[in-house]
Write a protein that binds this ligand. Structure first.
Ligand SMILES: C=C(O[C@@H]1C=C(C(=O)O)C=C[C@H]1O)C(=O)O
Length: 96
């Protein structure tokens, strides 16, 4: 089996476009690594808050705060921002 060419990998029809796409995909992979790191950092900070609240006798989940987080993402990113925030909340406090 022969290796795939850059053009085949990217779906581009010219070498120029294939190079541009290959370079931009490297930037996307680097951005995704940073985003994943930030999500992991968010999960750790969220866990600190949840543990403090539970230790004090409170509940893990605070719906009023979650509404603020959802609105923040919706205002910045539109409707898909709400879905993204819901996924982030699930990563941070589990399923409710
Ligand atoms: C982190 C908190 O606890 C929970 C997790 C949240 C989050 O990850 O943003 C938001 C509300 C709570 O359900 C908080 O109350 O701020």
């Amino acid at each position: 089996m022969t290796a795939m060419t850059q053009t085949e990998k990217t779906g581009a029809r010219t070498d120029e476009a294939a190079t541009l796409i290959g370079d931009a995909r490297e930037r996307i992979d680097a951005l995704d690594d940073r985003i994943i790191g930030l999500i992991q950092e968010r999960m750790a900070v969220s866990a600190v808050i949840q543990e403090a609240r539970i230790s004090s006798g409170g509940r893990r989940v605070n719906l009023a705060r979650e509404m603020e987080v959802l609105a923040h993402y919706r205002d910045a990113l539109g409707k898909p921002g709400t879905s993204l925030a819901m996924t982030l909340l699930e990563l941070c406090r589990g399923r409710v």
